[in-house]
Design a protein around this ligand. Sequence first.
Ligand SMILES: Nc1ncnc2c1ncn2[C@@H]1O[C@H](COP(=O)(O)OP(=O)(O)OP(=O)(O)O)[C@@H](O)[C@H]1O
Length: 392
Amino acid sequence: MGKNAISFRDVRKVYPDGTTAVDDLNLDVPVGSLTVFVGPSGCGKTTSLRMINRMVEPTSGQIQVNGQDVTSVPEAALRRSMGYVMQASGLMPHRTVLENISTVPRLLGESKRDSKRRAEELLETIGLDRSLGSRYPAQLSGGQQQRVGVARALAADPPILLMDEPFSAVDPVVRADLQNELLDLKQRLNKTIVFVTHDMDEAVLLGDRVAVFATGGRLAQYATPEEVLREPADQFVSDFVGRDRGFRALSFDSRDIPLSGVLTLDPQGRVAELGTPTMGSGGSGGSRGSTAAHQTGPSAAVANGWTLEVDAAGAPVGWIPPSGGEPAGGQVTHRVGGSLYRPGGSLRQALDAALSSPSGLAVAVDERGRLRGVLRPQEIMTAIEAARESRS
Ligand SMILES: Nc1ncnc2c1ncn2[C@@H]1O[C@H](COP(=O)(O)OP(=O)(O)OP(=O)(O)O)[C@@H](O)[C@H]1O
């Protein structure tokens, strides 16, 4: 990483009524990182975030963006270089989705046609169908509105994204989806992201680094999520992280665990091995194997003879138990339930998928629900152990 996108130098913010919102903040946000500001309500997270784009001015100290004092950059240029996403999506109710997304590019002089085309592309980038572009915000679900809020923030292609509790108003399932999407986006778009939340699990899942803010606007710890969990800097952090901080390690994301292959049976009755060993974040999860039956490579052995039936699109349908050495000899007896996971998701989701699966294997799918490979619970534990060792 090396360079810093954002630096706080001895920053204080005292509001006119005498409230000290931020107290002597020193912190560097590396270029391309996702840094999470986390802490209980009222400890200065939002104030700190808003000082970056000068929605709030510090009382003293300096904030630098790419090494430049933000007060020396014209406000309009500064804001243009940063997308801003807030808790309520903040969409304009009387403008369509496409118009909302195109607002900033239009203000910057982009033609109507170009900005519309880009807005449509952005809809896809954030996982929404283009057909939603002509709707009004009230015609979208809360989760969809938040996605549009993210698309709007990305519209001018800013190198920095500021996100203030963007997912806190949606239900937990949608929230998990949005979190996965953000991790994907981060990989693809290489932005510097500052993300505010009061949820430690969210901070652990998303953050490359986590800044834990304490009451009175004090920065209590700034470290990787692993370090914060393993060695809380003080009593405040320890209390905030909670007693069950061992379990919080399950909030780490699972994308680096290598997936294994598994025997599949497609609707034409062909048996293949899908998912040659591959890293969780890579491509399409391995090649679709040849159609030769009984192709039992070493990785297929992880399934202990269980075969996964898939539909024509490659989405898992159900498990067929082993039957006398004939991998695909049986019928689906266990339909694949809701407990699948996406490799960008948390270790908790992966572990849940494994423990709830009749074969004992977690089934990993891509964003379209197609099979990418499988994972054993032991591999999840090994990943947690490896993360611990590499950082101790
Ligand atoms: N405009 C304001 N005038 C006076 N005090 C303010 C103002 N905005 C925020 N504060 C106070 O400053 C402190 C920090 O507020 P801030 O919104 O930055 O905290 P936060 O950690 O983001 O909280 P939350 O999670 O509830 O959003 C709080 O005590 C708050 O009441």
